[in-house]
Design a protein around this ligand. Structure first.
Ligand code: ZN
Length: 244
């Protein structure tokens, strides 16, 4: 089985469409989304409609929880909170319920675990080898598959654990060896934050245990015009140009 793993779409239909076209060209059996379908950008219903139409397996992100009214954006920066209140007004009732019912984590075909933030917490960020080692211990304790895909930081990275030692990898292709645990983040689709404005995703081949990271260009101008046209904070349009 070959899987595409995408994360942090953030209401960016241009980036989502471009990524799905590229995934289609590569050819996979299943596409999995690690949460944050909405937030920040201006096409929430379009993105949820497409995820639902394609039947993508998806977990809940922190923005999905807040936009659907499960939680309040009290801990968000002002621009992110404003986008949550705007998104709440746009969401159709069906799409709001879809977001509310997303699981916090899911095991896909016994091949890997999919989460948004930490193994046991949607809102926490895996930002370092220390964070990763805590999550590796949680994976062991909870007897999850040895591979977890996570999102939330919008930055592509992989952590590999061998005999209790955690290594960081930025290789574009990683082959998982027997006895190695892995936590991998594909990077963000709709708001990349690694100074590369192109949309990010990964492909995992369960037969060869190979993870490959990809980037793809999309129509940033069209997305920016929608953000500004919706009256959302200008900074949300600006940051897409620079990938931060
Ligand atoms: Zn996010």
């Amino acid at each position: 089985m070959r899987y595409a793993v995408i994360s942090d779409i953030h209401s960016n239909i241009e980036a989502l469409t471009a990524v799905l076209e590229r995934i289609d060209a590569i050819g996979v059996d299943k596409t999995v989304c690690l949460g944050d379908i909405v937030g920040y950008n201006a096409a929430p219903n379009e993105c949820i409609d497409l995820v639902r139409k394609l039947g993508l397996s998806c977990v809940m992100g922190n923005h999905d929880a807040r936009a659907s009214g499960l939680e309040e954006p009290n801990d968000f920066n002002p621009a992110a909170a404003e986008a949550i209140y705007w998104t709440r007004k746009q969401l159709t009732e069906e799409n709001r319920l879809f977001l509310r019912k997303l699981p916090r984590r899911t095991v896909v075909d016994d091949a890997f675990l999919a989460v948004h933030g930490w193994i046991n917490d949607t809102d926490s960020y895996i930002l370092s080898a220390t964070d990763a080692s805590i999550n590796f211990r949680l994976m062991e304790r909870e007897k999850t598959p040895h591979l977890t895909f996570f999102g939330h930081t919008h930055v592509r990275i992989a952590y590999l654990a061998r005999n209790g030692c955690v290594e960081t990898s930025l290789d574009e292709t990683i082959t998982l060896k027997e006895g190695v645990m892995c936590l991998a983040n594909p990077g963000g689709v709709g708001q990349p934050r690694d100074r590369d404005p192109r949309a990010a995703f990964l492909v995992f081949d369960a037969a060869t245990q190979e993870i490959s990271f990809f980037r793809t260009e999309y129509n940033i101008d069209s997305c920016r015009r929608k953000i500004l046209g919706a009256g959302l904070p200008e900074v949300l349009a600006e940051r897409l140009l620079y990938g931060w």
